[in-house]
Design a protein around this ligand. Structure first.
Ligand SMILES: [Zn+2]
Length: 460
């Protein structure tokens, strides 16, 4: 991609930095606007500010943010200088804002590496300019259907991005037949990561997003399941099947609220014990993806493996708050697969807990909330350790009704249209509380909590 001339680049970068500064002065994160301004001045500025940078792009439905954090933590722990688009503004303009404002005033990159979370549909817009070394696809599930027109459509969006970036190494989930199909008919090298059958975890099996064999159109058969449509898939007709992963989790040896210890086999070599300082099975996947991404950058897997022991959760992803001495843990939930995984996690402990469920239906969430019908609330409400359920958000009534249909005990449920009242109530809680909001509800809940807990503004 052609780069803008020096003067043009400098003007674009200056506009971006100044707009961002002005917006922050007035207390707004302004994550997209500086990028819009900069791209108006020089539409190919991203080619300048990313020149020579080693970039990893992370896309997919669930786990993008955590996987980005893990990769960035691995790079910085390994002594490399790395930019991360922390704000979660993962569309073209948000990515542009972060990349451009990190450049020097002449439009040259100031970091050796960048780890960029990228929306599935934005991938194809961004990659021709930034030429990533690696593209990580975490997984694909039905999500925000009204925005993308179904998971097959999302897959096609990503495929277009991959086709525009033939030299990027793909980092793919071996058990997801949808994202695994991206490896077909492209020249890109692939590093596979996954969970072997020997791990023996099995969550809710739901094959509605599995798709069909890209070679012959047959339905898949499975040798084993992990959760949803992830597992040991194979086509009974033509033999197309799961690839043996380069980064293979072979067992989960310990699971606690602070994290997991797993055994990993790297490229068929020795098995190593790996401590992952974030809990839940889906973070085992994210951890394996981060190790594979580091290998795709041709750095030693060891750098990623060691860093996993000290990785921290971020904004909304198992972020922990202290509210008057009681533990609150936030898990962003935005689709059935992610929500069911969150329920597996919160019901996996031998201690009493309460839950806060908040549902909005704004643009950032997807206007269609019918996904709550196919979500396994029954699993949550049938847990004997569950004490109270607090329900909030714009669509609290719908969620309340759904919980009733799932068999929730009405005497244990309470509606909270107002977050301040909810936070006041949470202060009186005696047991750990899991907060399970979707995206814009998380923003509001977090805002309401921050004066009490000292949580940071999200762009800090
Ligand atoms: Zn087939």
């Amino acid at each position: 991609m052609k780069r803008p001339n020096t003067l043009h680049a400098a003007a674009s970068v200056a506009a971006c930095k100044l707009t961002r500064f002005a917006l922050r002065k007035t207390g707004r994160g302004g994550t997209a606007i500086p990028g819009i301004v900069a791209l108006k001045i020089a539409k190919n500025i991203l080619a300048s500010v990313s020149q020579g940078m080693k970039i990893v792009v992370v896309t997919g439905t669930n786990g993008k943010t955590t996987t980005c954090n893990m990769i960035e933590h691995a790079l910085t722990s390994g002594g490399h200088d790395c930019l991360l688009n922390k704000s979660g503004a993962n569309l073209m303009h948000g990515i542009a804002s972060d990349l451009i404002s990190s450049a020097d005033w002449r439009g040259r990159p100031t970091h050796e590496y960048a780890v960029l979370e990228c929306d599935e549909a934005a991938l194809k817009q961004v990659v021709p300019y930034i030429r990533p070394k690696a593209i990580v696809v975490t997984n694909l599930f039905s999500d925000q259907v009204d925005r993308y027109g179904g998971v097959e459509n999302t897959l096609q969006e990503i495929r277009t991005g991959v086709e525009r970036s033939p030299r990027s190494v793909l980092v793919l989930n071996a058990e997801d037949p949808l994202s695994a199909s991206l490896a077909r008919n492209v020249p890109n090298k692939v590093v596979w990561y996954g969970l072997d059958e020997s791990v023996g975890v099995q969550g809710n099996v739901d094959l509605s997003d599995a798709g069909v064999c890209p070679a012959c159109g047959s339905r898949y058969e499975y040798d084993y399941h992990v959760y949803a449509h992830l597992g040991g898939f194979r086509c009974p007709k033509c033999g197309y099947s799961r690839q043996a992963p380069d980064v293979a989790v072979v067992s989960i040896d310990e699971k606690t609220a602070d994290g997991s210890t797993v055994s990993m086999r790297i490229r068929k070599k020795d098995i190593q014990k790996v401590r992952i300082a974030l809990p839940a099975v889906y973070n085992v996947y994210n951890a394996a993806a981060s190790v594979a991404a580091i290998m795709a950058l041709r750095l030693p897997a060891r750098e990623a493996i060691e860093a996993l022991a000290t990785v921290h959760s971020s904004f909304g992803r198992l972020e922990t708050f202290d509210l008057g001495g009681n533990r609150l843990q936030m898990i962003l939930v935005k689709n059935p697969a992610g929500c069911n995984q969150a329920f597996s996690y919160v019901t996996g402990f031998d201690e009493d807990f309460s839950a806060v469920l908040c549902l909005n239906d704004r643009t950032g969430d997807g206007h269609d909330i019918s996904w709550i019908e196919s979500t396994d609330y029954e699993k949550l409400v049938s847990d004997p350790h569950l004490q109270k359920i607090y329900v909030g958000g714009d669509r609290a009534q719908d969620l309340y009704a759904r919980l009733q249909r799932a068999g929730a005990d009405q005497t244990r449920m309470e509606l909270f249209p107002d977050y301040a009242a909810l936070v006041a109530k949470l202060k009186t809680e005696q047991v750990p509380v899991f907060l399970l909001p979707n995206y814009t509800a998380m923003m509001e809940l977090r805002d309401a909590l921050s004066p009490e807990t000292g949580a940071k503004e999200f762009w800090e």
